[in-house]
Design a protein around this ligand. Structure first.
Ligand code: PLP
Length: 390
């Protein structure tokens, strides 16, 4: 079956005696045992909860994995991945990653003597050069956030496996609707389910999905042993959000494509970042591994002050971190979601401070474009005024 059908037709409550069509919320911490020595499928909601199970099974299926684990946040999911590493091991990570990933790797993981090496470049050769015999994990996002750089998933899987390492792909930017890294050779997929999977900006959640049974056992041990699980109500909200993932993403990326075109032709915009605007080589890598371009568009105006004016003049884009929701939003990543990047890493990765990131929602594209046109005009006139006064 095609993904649009699978999103909606998943069995919401297998074995439910009342045959409910929507997954019941098992808001319970414990489950009564049959007897002192007789156990049923569930005993305690950290170890397993029926609402969470339905969610995990759907996530595993959507990502072409054998098993998924729902966590309390995307960073809790990523933390679980880092538990696979021992002192002395090394992670290679693309430098243009989510700010919180940087903070986790550079500030917290360092305490466990796990080395982190940022790769400044996104070709397989850049990663090959950076690889050492200590490399046990390669962690990437593609397209990256917020600069929309592209990494070849299959090539990096090959590199990782030739080096006795695992490839973990943070698939948050595209969601399983548009890209399935496990099917391309990755070992682990993580999501900040807070973004597209949820889609309504009302849950913070994360997921780990794997295709290897041994790795699945390991993650179950970590999930249950450390306990950063997703609660039943949040699991239910995610299940509800996932049903509309397809139509949301389709509409959002249709709007995003139009906005990217508008921005790339606007005189006040220095550079626009969106997969359809990639140069040929990276565009073909992206097109070979993804089924669409997503709904995050970044652009530069040339100055932080101008960008601040634009962001503050927008009416339909509230200034918020995060992306992937139904409602459009805007952020200045250098000052917001990526402000947690340690200064040295920030200097090396050269995140432009004037970068504006749009998360495009499901509104009418013409309204969104008119709002952007107004905000750019206001910002330009303010800066011209300043220039003439100064
Ligand atoms: C938001 C985000 C995370 C972190 O997820 P939380 O749910 O906020 O903990 C990780 N990776 C990417 C790409 C993100 O956008």
């Amino acid at each position: 079956m095609k993904i649009d059908t699978r999103l909606v037709q998943a069995n919401g409550c297998p074995g439910d005696p009342h045959r409910a069509v929507s997954t019941p919320i098992y808001q319970t911490a414990t489950f009564e045992q049959e007897g002192a020595l007789e156990f049923s499928e569930y005993d305690y909601s950290r170890s397993g909860n029926p609402t969470r199970t339905v969610l995990e099974e759907q996530l595993a299926e959507l990502e072409h994995g054998i098993r998924a684990f729902a966590f309390a946040s995307g960073l809790a999911a990523l933390t679980a991945v880092t538990r696979l590493l021992k002192p002395g091991d090394e992670i290679l990570v693309i430098d243009d990653v989510y700010g919180g990933t940087c903070r986790l790797f550079s500030k917290i993981l360092k305490r466990s003597q796990v080395a982190v090496r940022y790769v400044h470049g996104c070709t397989a050769e850049d990663f090959t050069r950076a690889c050492s015999e200590r490399t046990r994990l390669i962690h990437i996002e593609t397209p990256t956030n917020p600069l929309l750089k592209v990494v070849d998933i299959a090539a990096l899987a090959e590199l990782a496996h030739g080096n006795d390492a695992l490839l973990c792909v943070d698939n948050t930017m595209l969601s399983p609707y548009l890209q399935n890294p496990l099917a391309l050779g990755a070992d682990i997929v993580i999501h900040s389910a807070t973004k597209f999977l949820c889609g309504h900006s009302d849950v913070v959640a994360g997921a780990v999905i794997v295709r290897d049974p041994q790795l699945a056992e390991e993650f179950y041990l970590i999930q249950n042993g450390e306990g950063a699980v997703l609660g039943p109500f949040d699991s239910y909200l995610l299940l509800r959000g996932i049903k509309t993932l397809g139509i949301r993403v389709e509409r959002q990326q249709e709007n995003a494509e139009r906005i990217a075109n508008f921005l790339s032709n606007h005189a006040a915009v220095k550079q626009t970042y969106y997969p359809s605007l990639l140069e040929k080589k990276n565009f073909s890598i992206h097109s070979a591994q993804a089924r669409g371009h997503g709904a995050v568009v970044s652009f530069e105006t040339g100055s932080l002050e101008l960008s601040r004016q634009v962001v503050e003049s927008l009416k339909l884009f509230p200034i918020t971190v995060s992306f992937g929701g139904l409602q459009s939003s805007v952020s200045l990543p250098g000052r917001m979601s990526h402000a947690s990047v340690p200064p040295q890493v920030a200097a090396e990765r050269q995140l432009p401070q004037d970068l504006i990131r749009l998360s495009v929602g499901i509104e009418d594209a013409e309204d969104l474009i008119a709002d952007l046109a107004d905000a750019l005009a206001v910002a330009e006139s303010v800066s011209e005024l300043r220039a003439s006064v100064g």
